[in-house]
Design a protein around this ligand. Structure first.
Ligand SMILES: [Fe+2]
Length: 192
């Protein structure tokens, strides 16, 4: 069954995010959804036809992680926006963050610094349920270096398409706008 693009039109009008930028970003996201379904359909068809031993099949298998994660990372990103940007400092998530980093502020400094790194990609605050801690990971490509078994809590897109139209090279201003619009309730709901 094909994946269906989610509608994030509720984010239009959000402070610090221009409509053109957001609409472009939604279109880009929809491309990942379409391609994820296309790759899965093609793999299914090739398997049915006994073509699983071919280089074409192998290449599509390699492609799947890129398209699927491109889809899912954008969904996490858009869904953790549209809020008021204020975390409940007494809440379960803030406590967990403080336990992991010593304080909420230390975690935020780490997250912002990671998002401001040179290069394009994603930053994801992951919950490692086994190690019982939260770790901010730099993700260079959609399909590479996600920590296994961990749960994504907060996701920021730092590919240039996510900010350059509104902010040019001022990535720190984009990160600030992102923080002002985080839906912390949604993020806390992702805790295991
Ligand atoms: Fe993006």
């Amino acid at each position: 069954m094909a994946y269906t693009p989610q509608d994030y039109g509720n984010l239009l009008g959000m402070s610090g995010f221009g409509e053109t930028l957001l609409n472009n970003h939604f279109t880009l996201y929809q491309g990942y959804v379409t391609n994820t379904s296309k790759v899965l359909d093609k793999l299914e068809e090739m398997l049915r036809d006994g073509k699983e031993g071919t280089p074409e099949y192998a290449e599509l298998k390699r492609r799947l992680g890129w398209e699927f994660n491109g889809m899912r990372l954008h969904e996490y990103y858009f869904e953790n926006l549209g809020g008021g940007g204020r975390i409940d400092k007494e809440g379960r998530l803030a406590r967990k963050i403080s336990e992991s980093f010593g304080s909420y502020e230390a975690w935020e400094r780490d997250f912002r610094a990671t998002a401001a790194m040179r290069g394009i990609g994603w930053v994801v605050a992951y919950e490692d349920a086994i190690g019982e801690k939260i770790v901010n990971f730099w993700i260079n490509e959609h399909d590479v270096s996600h920590p296994i078994g961990c749960t994504p809590l907060l996701v920021i897109d730092v590919f240039e398409h996510a900010f350059i139209l509104d902010y040019g090279l001022k990535r720190a201003d984009y990160i600030e706008a992102f923080f002002e619009n985080i839906d912390w309730g949604r993020v806390e709901g992702r805790l295991t």
